[in-house]
Design a protein around this ligand. Structure first.
Ligand SMILES: Nc1ncnc2c1ncn2[C@@H]1O[C@H](COP(=O)(O)OP(=O)(O)O)[C@@H](O)[C@H]1O
Ligand SMILES: [Mg+2]
Length: 393
């Protein structure tokens, strides 16, 4: 008897302390045992998990897959191998695992419990995904570069011909040609996006006054918004400059604003804002927030992938280009979104050298600009740009 207890203790310890993610479920799918490594990886204590359904620790999609496909099969055959599941840690992190399990049955062949071993492949998957993306970027880049080059040549000719034909033409014809030229301008923008994706844009970084660039982009976008859309600007970075190609910054802003426009689809609010974040090294943050449709987890994860689009006529180039632009200026692109709750996209950049060491007085100004009420924000642009003035004096 005593020996039996010792042996059971021994095997329990062995199970719990083996440095692998192990779990066991009963016939009802409830967890009856988990290893310490399982608990550590997912951030739970034993009391929090024993007795709960194993599917409680999967994403909704994986749980459905388990219930509808894997578990029914498994209870029949008693085996499953390398099933790819996504688990959710207590802190919300996703953990990719491959699960293999075997069933333990009683003498009547009745299912008693399972023994499952889980391999954590989160890091491996992440690397594979990155590699995949890098390869795709390279291929797309080559293709895009070639297309952009030819496209530019064609557009160049059309622009020249339209301009020539305008001379001495009737008003009606001139109006038609003006629409044709608008189309050429859109085409040129597309060609620029392609060149940026291809890494072949000849970007010339310079010190760009952020709020100036914001206002320029806003001017371009406002006419494209329908009447039901409220467009607000909160300028909180008066006189702050970042080092970036001006055209590219405007392109990035346009991409974000156009996505916001598409997301609100006629009614809603778009807020374009800038502020200096001063926890740690100061960063300039430009935000585009919208109250539109938002993105689900999958779209959010893939949004900056080249050619990823959920729109019938989308190109999937906007965010990929934007990311390239931001990263080329040592910035970071950050997306936050939920279905039905709108989206916030932020670009955060290091300040340009000259503005990197703002005086105490200018920081004071910045703080006022950030915390001031929304209506006051546009006034910030009228104030003397103290940071830059100080530097230039
Ligand atoms: N503000 C936003 N709100 C909701 N979804 C967005 C937003 N911005 C981007 N997305 C999603 O990301 C995808 C990729 O965007 P983008 O690269 O600009 O390409 P496109 O606009 O041509 O689809 C969009 O199709 C959409 O699904
Ligand atoms: Mg877009």
């Amino acid at each position: 008897m005593r020996e039996g207890v010792d042996a059971e203790n021994y095997y329990r310890q062995l199970y719990e302390r083996t440095p692998s993610m192990l779990h066991s479920i009963d016939a009802a799918g409830r967890l009856v045992g988990v290893s310490a490594a399982w608990l550590a990886r997912l951030g739970y204590s034993r009391e929090e998990v024993i007795g709960r359904a194993s599917t409680d620790f999967l994403t909704a999609e994986s749980a459905r897959y388990a219930r509808e496909v894997i578990l029914p099969q498994y209870y029949l055959t008693g085996e499953c191998k390398d099933v790819a599941y996504q688990m959710v840690a207590k802190n919300g992190d996703r953990v990719d695992v491959l699960l293999s399990a075997t069933a333990e049955r009683d003498e009547n062949g009745k299912f008693v419990r399972s023994m499952a071993a889980l391999t954590d492949v989160t890091e491996r998957n992440r690397l594979a995904e990155r590699l995949d993306q890098a390869k795709r970027m390279e291929t797309i880049g080559q293709l895009a570069g070639g297309i952009a080059h030819d496209l530019n040549n064609i557009l160049h000719i059309i622009r020249a011909e339209c301009t020539l034909a305008s001379d001495g033409a009737t008003l009606a014809v001139r109006q038609d040609l003006a629409s044709a030229l608008d189309a050429v301008t859109s085409g040129e923008r597309l060609a620029r996006q392609l060149l940026t994706i291809a890494g072949k844009s000849n970007a010339r970084p310079e010190q760009v006054d952020v709020d100036d660039a914001l206002r320029a982009a806003a001017r371009h976008v406002r006419p494209l918004l329908s009447k039901g859309v409220a467009f607000e600007q909160e300028h909180g970075a008066a006189g702050v400059a970042i080092l970036i190609d001006r055209g590219q910054l405007e392109q990035a802003l346009l991409n974000l604003l156009l996505n916001a426009r598409d997301a609100v689809a006629g009614t809603g609010k778009i807020v374009l804002s800038s502020y200096v974040k001063r926890s740690g090294a100061p960063r300039l943050v430009i935000g585009v927030a919208d109250t539109g449709v938002g993105m689900d987890a999958e779209a959010l994860r893939r949004a900056t992938e080249p050619l990823f689009t959920t729109k019938p006529h989308g190109t999937g180039l906007g965010l990929a280009t934007t990311r390239r632009i931001v990263e080329a200026a040592s910035g970071v692109l950050h997306l936050r979104s939920r279905v039905g709750e709108g989206t916030l996209v932020e670009m955060s950049y290091p300040l340009a050298e000259a503005a990197a060491r703002p005086t105490a007085a200018s920081l004071q100004t910045l703080e006022e600009d950030v915390s001031g009420p929304g209506e006051e924000a546009p006034e910030a642009r009228c104030r003397p740009a103290r940071t830059t003035t100080d530097q230039r004096a």
